[in-house]
Design a protein around this ligand. Structure first.
Ligand SMILES: O=C(O)CCC(=O)C(=O)O
Ligand SMILES: [Fe+2]
Length: 314
């Protein structure tokens, strides 16, 4: 294991002009370097996090025959049982289970009526009534925090500060509470989450104090720990921002092995743009695009089709 550790960026004052530029410079260094960084002073209330974690934990402890009543639908909302996710190149499914929500659009919203994929209302279990308000409050905080980060990221990519805002009017942001069972100490093959890159633009991750998240160092290829640091969130670049930025900011592989001896929880939020957002490296200044244009939704659907058993044949 190398002595490298990931940068911690203080994002207090992200809304003000001068601080925004300083933060953008730190984010540029992190995104062209390890592709992972921590943020502190993000403004997400501890109580909002604690309520979401407590409600999600109660849900995960329900018997499977109850959880399955909110089994994930084709809009990716609801409970994903363990065994349903296989990361690219992995030989076994992940050990994790997770509960996913997105932007809650009523069935009569124009984009739902138009048949846009991944859209629709969220699913909620009657048995844990506090899950909905707790996760919705957390989701809203991630939207606020993610939008601030995207302003800094725009500047760090030499774009106008509000470049991304018009592409986030009906975001595909997904928040997933994730539950990891303890792994047997002699298990050398199983992963909570096998090595992967995230599909979306940026990920905002809260993790409990178990540890287990590891990030692949770009130069050495070594796995370095991204340990829990109180009061922080872990931020990383996903494939969609890699693609959009023509790999100026490339996604970094990471994995989770829960060696803590007890259950682990995290909440991952993929702060992604509108389904129809055009993902064309030329729009971000690339003269020689590595990637053909696509849409955010098209890219996410391709990734989902490869990773998730529930979508096979969808
Ligand atoms: O739980 C974690 O620490 C990371 C989860 C993760 O990498 C993911 O859900 O994409
Ligand atoms: Fe990930």
């Amino acid at each position: 294991m190398s002595g490298q550790s990931l940068p911690v960026i203080d994002v207090a004052g992200l809304g003000s002009g001068e601080r925004l530029r300083e933060i953008a410079a730190e984010i540029r260094a992190a995104c062209t370097g390890p592709g992972f960084f921590y943020i502190r002073n993000h403004g997400v209330p501890e109580a909002t996090i604690a309520a979401a974690v407590a409600a999600a934990r109660r849900f995960f402890h329900l018997p499977p025959e109850v959880k399955v009543r909110t089994r994930a639908n084709l809009a990716h909302r609801g409970w994903h049982a363990a065994g349903g996710a296989v990361m690219a190149g992995a030989t076994k499914p992940d050990l994790k289970e997770f509960f996913s929500l997105g932007l809650d659009l009523p069935a009569d919203h124009p984009v739902v009526l138009a048949g846009e994929k991944l859209r629709g209302p969220n699913q909620w279990p009657a048995e844990v009534p506090e899950l909905q308000p707790a996760m919705e409050a957390y989701y809203a905080e991630m939207m606020r925090c993610g939008a601030g980060l995207m302003r800094a990221i725009a500047i760090s990519l030499d774009l106008p500060e509000d470049f991304f805002a018009p592409h986030y009017t009906l975001p595909l942001q997904r928040t997933q509470a994730v539950f990891y069972p303890p792994q047997p100490p002699d298990d050398t093959e199983g992963f909570g989450v096998a090595p992967h890159t995230d599909f979306g633009c940026i990920t905002l991750l809260w993790q409990d104090d178990s540890g287990g998240l590891e990030v692949r160092e770009r130069q050495s290829g070594e796995w370095i720990p991204a340990p829990p640091l109180p009061g922080t969130l872990v931020i990383n670049v996903g494939d969609l921002l890699g693609r959009w930025s023509n790999d100026r900011f490339a996604s970094t592989p990471h994995r989770v092995v829960n060696r803590s001896g007890h259950e682990r929880m995290s909440i991952a939020t993929f702060h992604d743009p509108n389904f129809q957002a055009p993902i064309d490296p030329r729009a971000l200044g690339a003269a020689a695009p590595i990637y053909p244009p696509t849409t955010a939704g098209g890219h996410i659907l391709d990734c989902f089709a490869k990773a998730f058993a529930y979508r096979k044949g969808a």
